[in-house]
Design a protein around this ligand. Structure first.
Ligand SMILES: C[S@@+](CC[C@H](N)C(=O)[O-])C[C@H]1O[C@@H](n2cnc3c(N)ncnc32)[C@H](O)[C@@H]1O
Length: 268
């Protein structure tokens, strides 16, 4: 199953068009937020967050006293971040700077950060080698000489790649936070072994009227651990730490994520 360019583009946006639904879906995801706050405490601020979305992590950083520049390319997500910022104390609001941009070419001239982060699978929207190279160049351009790049991507789950692409895998219903409607929820999985892109298509359907539905594809490029290490190496980074979860457990076959702390590679 090869995914077309248009499918990839839509698969990198659809999930983020309804930012309220996004926030609702991940409201209980806190373990990674705590981890990124710890990173700011350990490595310092200001923090540059690439793919900051609606501010799930950026707001927690600001609440913890760190200045953060939140970059994203989706207006829907940044508008939601602005909305959320209106509701926090002014001292917290003042610590968040918003910038719209694509992390493959974004530049804040003359500004460097001790910590650049890209939390919650943002790099899985980098579908080609040149996308990865451009994103890592952006990271390098904004890091201080001893700065750290910290990000996470999923650890490939081989079982998920052999699922029947025709089958809808049913999950618990979802309540729409904007309309209050309850949607029946299912997912379909289509993996392309050549590009390593897994398309996860969420289908939200009105249980009383199955023709009333929302289809939200999410295109996730998978990075195998040795491949990720090589990409970092050949783009001037070395891995300082790599964990399999946000409690700093080992990266093992069953680990859900690859949580990476990298820094500019020293010449030997
Ligand atoms: C899963 S969300 C993560 C958002 C936030 N970091 C969090 O932890 O909730 C991925 C975000 O990355 C953004 N994104 C994906 N590709 C991007 C790119 N090339 N440039 C800028 N933002 C991008 C999306 O718009 C989306 O807001």
């Amino acid at each position: 199953m090869t995914h077309s360019k248009d499918a990839l583009r839509y698969g990198s946006e659809a999930h983020y068009l309804d930012a309220r639904l996004y926030d609702h879906a991940y409201a209980r995801r806190k373990h990674d937020v705590r981890f990124y706050v710890e990173m700011a405490r350990e490595h310092g601020a200001p923090v540059l967050e690439l793919g900051a979305g609606s501010g799930r992590v950026a707001l927690a950083l600001a609440r913890d006293g760190h200045d953060v520049v939140a970059v994203d390319r989706m207006d829907s997500m940044l508008d939601r971040l602005r909305e959320r910022l209106e509701k926090v104390p002014s001292a917290v609001r003042a610590r968040v700077e918003i910038a719209r941009g694509d992390l493959r070419k974004f530049r804040l001239r003359g500004r460097r950060f001790p910590l650049v982060i890209s939390p919650f699978n943002v790099f899985m929207h980098l579908y080609s080698r040149s996308d990865v190279e451009a994103a890592l160049e952006t990271c390098r351009a904004h890091l201080t000489p001893r700065g750290r790049l910290v990000f996470d991507v999923l650890n490939p789950d081989l079982r998920a790649f052999v699922r029947d692409p025709q089958r809808a895998y049913t999950s618990r219903p979802i309540v729409d936070p904007t309309t209050g409607r309850t949607w029946a929820y299912s997912e379909q999985f289509q993996f392309d072994p050549c590009t390593q892109v897994q398309m996860v298509t969420s289908v939200l359907r009105d249980p009383d009227d199955p023709s009333d539905l929302r289809v939200l594809p999410l295109a996730h490029r998978q990075f195998f651990p040795a491949e990720l290490e090589a990409l970092l190496h050949y783009n001037g980074f070395e891995i300082e730490e790599r964990w399999g979860d946000f409690s700093r457990g080992p990266l093992a076959a069953e680990a859900e994520s690859q949580v990476v702390v990298a820094r500019a590679r020293r010449r030997r």
